[in-house]
Design a protein around this ligand. Structure first.
Ligand code: URA
Length: 274
């Protein structure tokens, strides 16, 4: 049942209100679509089968009951997409084409990575912020500038051509979360297959898990202030959890521990670390 929209356009508001009240009185309680459909005009093939015919067919076992829509297994879709990527360029393309993460809708750019993929050190951050979302590159804001200075202190830079003097950097999430909120566990889980493939393709000697989101994605746990500074293993290689540079900007006293962690990285790379 419905009112043709062209006749609606001719009505004044009292008439439209009266027509609406009439429909409510007649038991209409839901708007199904914007345009009314005159089902008497539909060709037979498109007209819905009369209800009695459907229940008779169901009773006779001729028609299957309507299937409940199945929930998509998004991490499985992500695993398949990530598995198709044979190199970093195709991994990036697979991530660009992945439409199951809500964060993508609110982001300007996919933030994939920066630095030298031949470097022995791969840093995994959390998620892009506003500056990274604009630039399409990870860690370019204030926290990123601090990170660059920290790594420069042990002789590493993202721009270095010589792999041994370089680092490579990415994030768990390639899209900026609204208002810089923490990514949810569901979001982390759906992007984890891409991160794992990213690590496989870069194949760094060591990983740095920078902050809680990164520890969640790589180690399955949070608690960066407890985890930091202790080498562990993930994705078949050593991982050092470190406090995020954004935390260090807010808590300068924690820079002392971060410095100890940097010395640990340098020693590891020289082959005489723990
Ligand atoms: N914080 C992150 O974890 N990643 C970025 O790219 C920027 C800030």
């Amino acid at each position: 049942m419905g009112i043709a929209t062209d006749s609606l356009a001719d009505m004044d508001w009292q008439a439209a209100l009266a027509a609406l009240a009439w429909q409510v009185d007649m038991g209409v309680h839901e708007a199904v679509c914007d345009q009314p459909i005159n089902r008497y005009d539909l060709p037979e093939s498109l007209a819905p089968a009369p209800r009695a015919a459907v229940s008779a067919a169901l009773k006779a076992g001729e028609a299957a009951p309507p299937a409940m829509p199945k929930a998509l297994d998004i991490p499985a879709i992500a695993r398949m997409a990530a598995g198709r990527a044979a190199d970093l360029a195709s991994l990036r393309a697979e991530m660009e084409a992945f439409d199951h993460c809500e964060l993508k809708k609110g982001a300007r750019n996919l933030v994939f990575s920066d630095g030298n993929p031949a470097a022995p050190v791969m840093i995994v951050g959390e998620a892009p912020g506003r500056d990274e979302d604009y630039a399409g590159r990870p860690f370019v804001g204030r926290a990123g500038q601090l990170l660059d200075r920290m790594l420069a202190a042990i002789g590493l830079s993202r721009g270095a051509e010589a792999p041994e003097a370089a680092f490579y950097i990415t994030n768990v999430m390639p899209w900026r979360p609204p208002a810089n909120r923490d990514p949810t566990e569901e979001e982390i889980a759906m992007m984890q297959p891409f991160l794992r493939r990213h690590i496989e393709l870069v194949n760094p000697r060591i990983l740095i898990a920078m902050g809680n989101t990164s520890c969640m994605a790589l180690l399955g746990q949070r608690g960066i202030l407890r985890l930091r500074g202790t080498w562990t293993e993930a994705e078949g290689r050593p991982v050092l959890p470190m406090t995020h540079p954004a935390y260090l900007l807010r808590n300068p006293a924690a820079k002392k521990d971060a410095w100890a962690d940097l010395i640990g990285i340098k020693a590891r790379l020289a082959g005489d670390g723990p």
